[in-house]
Design a protein around this ligand. Structure first.
Ligand code: SF4
Ligand code: SF4
Length: 313
């Protein structure tokens, strides 16, 4: 390990706009770079076997969910219901998800012999005892990627003799593919955090869209294949055919849609006149609702009046 910077030395800017993907821990993490060394090995013979999973606090990213629901053979809606709990990623209520645990805090996938979804375990589990730290400072236009090291007393893997760089550890844990596929999503969250005060709190509808496109791919697919969506966005038949069967393509499309919804970037072409038509349709709906409310109000007033006349008689 070389002269690592203590995480707590980060400037206020950096800490404001960082996104972490570790197991949460009371231990203060150390910041690492790709070439820094990590002395660590986890194997079935360690005295602390399964202790990390007995107190699991695992934040999930979109590709984690696709991998796990495929491994379990369920759709995303069922996976979310059975295996996750919600939390908020920022002060504006951007929705996040964690793996569900039992009452003692143990991950539901933990078995005596180890992780029952090991081949498809989430990014945070792959990284442990390191973690991903994406950061964006006010002065930098692009985001940076650093890593964390969390040295918890119960984890005896640090007493093992194996030494590798963080880069080698990521490779061995198969985390690179996960990071590559989730990267754009991390960037959206960082941008949302760093521009938060400017763009303000997203509408409830935007937050729901973020949730659906980030985590509930099967529901998002139905939304994208709906008549209203097809009328609004100018996509090719090939694109729709791909979204119908390919979760990764749909997930990446969701990232583009989030940028449009959150930041107003024109990432997806709208059909000519679609916006104006929607505003018109919306006007008609609002007018219809207004008329219905007036009629209902009139009906209630008439009812009250005739009840009061009956009382007087
Ligand atoms: S998914 Fe597997 S590795 Fe991750 S906390 Fe659960 S049991 Fe442990
Ligand atoms: S060595 Fe660390 S990561 Fe491995 S089982 Fe023990 S606590 Fe978990």
């Amino acid at each position: 390990m070389n002269d690592n910077k203590d995480f707590n030395e980060n400037t206020e800017d950096e800490r404001n706009f960082s996104f972490e993907l570790p197991h949460s821990s009371p231990v203060s993490p150390t910041r690492l770079e790709l070439d820094d060394e990590l002395k660590f090995r986890c194997h079935r013979g360690v005295s602390c076997w399964n202790q990390c999973c007995s107190r699991a606090d695992v934040t999930l990213a979109p590709y984690d969910i696709i991998r796990m629901k495929d491994a379990l053979g369920v759709d995303t809606t069922e996976f979310l219901k059975e295996h996750t709990v919600p939390f908020e990623l920022d002060m504006h209520g951007v929705p996040g998800l964690k793996l569900r645990t039992d009452d003692s805090g143990a991950c539901l996938f933990m078995k005596e012999e180890g992780c029952s979804v090991y081949e498809n375990r989430p990014t945070a589990c792959r990284y442990y005892p390191s973690g991903l730290l994406s950061m964006k400072s006010i002065s930098e236009a692009s985001d940076e990627r650093h890593f964390l090291l969390i040295k918890e007393d119960h984890c005896k893997g640090h007493d093992e003799e194996q030494i590798q760089t963080i880069g080698e550890y990521r490779k061995a844990q198969g985390v690179e593919k996960y990071d590559d596929l989730n990267l754009e999503w991390y960037q959206i969250i960082l941008k949302k955090k760093s521009t938060g005060p400017t763009i303000g709190k997203p509408s409830d509808m935007s937050l729901q869209m973020f949730f659906m496109a980030s985590y509930d791919m099967d529901r998002f697919r139905r939304f994208v294949m709906s008549d209203a969506f097809i009328k609004m966005y100018d996509l090719t038949d090939d694109e729709y055919a791909k979204f119908e069967t390919d979760d990764i393509a749909l997930m990446k499309f969701g990232f583009q849609l989030m940028k449009q919804v959150f930041f107003g970037e024109l990432t997806i072409k709208e059909r000519e006149g679609a916006w104006e038509k929607r505003v018109e349709e919306r006007k008609e709906i609002l007018e219809f609702r207004k008329q219905a409310e007036i009629t209902e109000h009139q009906r209630k007033t008439d009812e009250a009046r005739s009840a009061s006349l009956d009382d007087k008689e």
